[in-house]
Design a protein around this ligand. Sequence first.
Ligand SMILES: Nc1ncnc2c1ncn2[C@@H]1O[C@H](COP(=O)(O)OP(=O)(O)OP(=O)(O)O)[C@@H](O)[C@H]1O
Ligand SMILES: [Mg+2]
Length: 227
Amino acid sequence: MLIEISGVSHTYAGRAQPVVRDLDVRLSEHRVGVIGANGSGKSTFARMLNGLVVPSEGTVSVDGLDTARQGREIRKRVGFCFTDPDSQIVMPTVAEDVAFGLRRRGLSKAEVAARVDATLRARGLDGHADHPAHLLSGGQKQLLALSSILVTEPDLLVMDEPTTLLDLRNTRRVADVVVGLPQQVVLVTHDLDLLVGFDRVLVFDETRLVHDGPPAAAIKHYRELMA
Ligand SMILES: Nc1ncnc2c1ncn2[C@@H]1O[C@H](COP(=O)(O)OP(=O)(O)OP(=O)(O)O)[C@@H](O)[C@H]1O
Ligand SMILES: [Mg+2]
């Protein structure tokens, strides 16, 4: 899918200064990374990709759909994974949470059950289908949050620091899921190891996109900024 960002700046309500400025970028690569210092505007950028944030100036379109006017359509195609899986898990049990994403799709009970089963199996959560979601480990919760997004078969997955709260082993598990996804991915991360094999990495600094290129050069640029 083509993401087109034209003349975008964003100022949150009640704030005097923009937190994203003068952004013009087109993204169509399979794997796009986003890095930068705390507060540089990465999450705001990520949230603009599925209309969670609508820019105060300029336009964001995904697959030709404008996030300001066609947010609902866009959110059917663009999944969003938050840092904290607790902010995403809405139902009491694992299977119910995954099924929740399929509501109002006009699927039969049997179709929903089959898709939930297949999704949980693919993430290694099939043994936990009827467990209370809040009793899962942090890593399992993030895999559940991912399952609940992936069951809806989005074309693009936007992830905002999905491994920041996880230990190394669970970071690896989530990273392995990302590597194997057929979908296009935009990944915001402070875990620079996750960007190996990415097609393109954007570096944000103090509200602006300051570097755009292959991972090695982007990471070098980011390290120099932080030094
Ligand atoms: N809902 C909001 N209302 C007002 N200001 C906000 C809101 N969300 C973020 N900000 C501000 O916007 C700026 C950019 O925040 P953003 O979350 O996009 O940065 P970030 O690069 O994701 O940072 P981090 O690495 O810490 O996650 C910050 O100054 C932040 O305080
Ligand atoms: Mg952030």
